[in-house]
Design a protein around this ligand. Sequence first.
Ligand SMILES: [Fe+2]
Ligand SMILES: [Fe+2]
Length: 409
Amino acid sequence: MIKKIKIDQLKPGVFIHDFDSGWHTENLFINQTLVKNTRTIEIISSWGIKEVFIDTDKGLDIDEAKTGREVQLETDENLRKLAEADPSSSYYVPLKEEVALAEDIKKEATSVIQRAAQNIQEGKPLETEDAFLLIEKMQESVTRNKDALILLTRIRQKDEYTLMHSISVGSLVLSFCNYAKIPHDRTLNFAVGALFHDIGKTLIPLSILNKPGKLTDLEFEEMKRHAEYSAEVMKSAEKIPHEAFDMGLHHHERYDGSGYPHGLKGDEIGFGSQIAAICDVYDAITSNRCYRDGMDSILALRKLYEWSSYHFNKDLTYQFIRCVGVYPIGTCVRLESGLIGVVVGSTDNVLQPIVRVFYDNKKQDSVTLYDRDLFKIGDKVTSYEDAGKWDLKKLKIFEDLPAGISLFS
Ligand SMILES: [Fe+2]
Ligand SMILES: [Fe+2]
């Protein structure tokens, strides 16, 4: 049985099934392992890990620990409460419509970041004029529809992870600032910081950056230096706001002090960097990497919720979850009416999205696909449905979106 325990409950003889360390985005590629001695526990603790999942079939049991299933149900209940506390949502343009416009913005963002990276490799300073113009357009796009640009950046070729990640984190930060009603000027500063938060990776050797396996300790130390490189690069720019510079330097700091480069704690970490940390981790765990497939959005939200107890500012994480929506596009859900479907769009109420229905649980029969606007009809989501039970790829639920947007890993 899979159970979740705190690090101080860990003892020799326990088998670790999952280190639950995805908030540590740059490495920590660790396999399942049997805890042999207390030294192992000290090492795991030094990585900033506070909780792990164990497999009691392969090692000792910890009686009082909750099962993985219990943890998930509790988290889902908490997510639902978060949404119920503020179900309003601002929604303007249907996803399909905005995707067509966002394609052009994605192209422009690609060339802005590529040009910046090239300048840096040639030893030239970072120019921010184009970036500010671009960000105004990105801001308009996420205001019309918060999902389109972010979904487009999920389509990633092997060598463009950092590029698409930068656009996605920029879009997520904009979306968050809209939701949290951050003033316009400050929002633009945060978005520039987000767009260039990993620009320092341009100075990391590709053999480390694209290495498909675990990095050696030395390689990991070099990889971690990208935050300082990002800050140095941003310093070279003429008009870089201090808050943007800070996001480059501190987006890997963690609220409990377990991050890098300075091990800052709590509000020692700048506000923009706290937001960047959440958006950075959300994008990193939902997107495909060279060594693993990305998580579904809902799994990622569950993880963020759990990790917010230690690694992130809790309030900001809750706001971020509300902003992404507890039923993000692509989430498989069960409705009060007994129907089962996949979320394909937003309405004015986050608890009542547009759902593409494919099964009627009352009749125990599949139905021809159709879109059900829960807000108009008065139906609502009652629980998450395990997407793995259904062959969603075969159902071709997102056929009307541009080729390549995959919402199911
Ligand atoms: Fe980073
Ligand atoms: Fe990043």
